[in-house]
Design a protein around this ligand. Structure first.
Ligand SMILES: Cc1cc2nc3c(=O)[nH]c(=O)nc-3n(C[C@H](O)[C@H](O)[C@H](O)COP(=O)(O)O)c2cc1C
Length: 177
């Protein structure tokens, strides 16, 4: 299976990418082909809402979203990786999801498998509930099959993250795919 990992943190070696690394290790050991796109550091602009694409055509913007689209089309699974920013995903990841709009009809109902990997400073599980609901709403709308979530509470920094049980959970999630 081809797994596309979309990393949405400005911290290349931060908490969420530390968890993603564990997930990738497990997935690769299980024999999957993993492709990582650090979308937070790619040249991707927000959707302009111009509707020129009609949700099924080319986007008028010529940027790195074309790379994401190409990888999405050939992926069997997408892993969404993000820090928690004000109870939601990072703007860096959200704008990529907004850009799904131009190829919405191609990915909708394709039965794409997905996972969510998120890192928050707070150790209260309620902190991640809002993102969990948002993610599940997107899955429901686009017909994605959720295959698991790593809701990383107490993951304020990469070193804090390495001391949590979320590391092993992320590895096991990858291995179970
Ligand atoms: C703009 C901003 C907003 C944040 N909002 C929250 C929040 O709502 N809840 C929380 O627990 N942590 C919050 N944090 C902390 C980050 O989620 C946390 O430090 C996380 O480990 C960062 O992950 P990263 O290293 O993968 O970027 C916020 C950090 C920033 C910079």
């Amino acid at each position: 299976m081809k797994i596309l990992v979309l990393e949405g943190s400005p911290h290349k070696k931060g908490s969420s990418n530390t968890l993603a690394e564990q997930f990738i290790k497990g997935a690769e050991e299980a024999g999957h082909n993993v492709k990582v796109l650090d979308v937070a550091h790619m040249n991707i602009h927000p959707c302009q809402g111009c509707d020129a694409c009609g949700m099924r055509g080319s986007c008028v913007q010529n940027d790195d979203m074309q790379i994401v689209e190409q990888e999405m089309r050939s992926a069997d699974m997408v892993a969404f990786v993000s820090p928690i920013y004000y109870f939601g995903m990072s703007a860096q990841l959200k704008l990529v999801i907004d850009r799904f709009y131009s190829f919405n009809s191609s990915i909708s109902g394709k039965g794409l498998k997905t996972v969510l990997i998120a890192a928050a400073w707070d150790s209260n599980p309620k902190t991640l509930g809002y993102l969990k609901d948002h993610y599940l709403g997107i899955c429901n709308y686009l017909g994605f099959e959720d295959c698991g979530m790593i809701l990383g509470t107490g993951c304020g920094t990469a070193s804090m993250t390495r001391g949590t049980a979320h590391m092993d959970a992320a590895y096991k999630l990858g291995k179970s795919i």
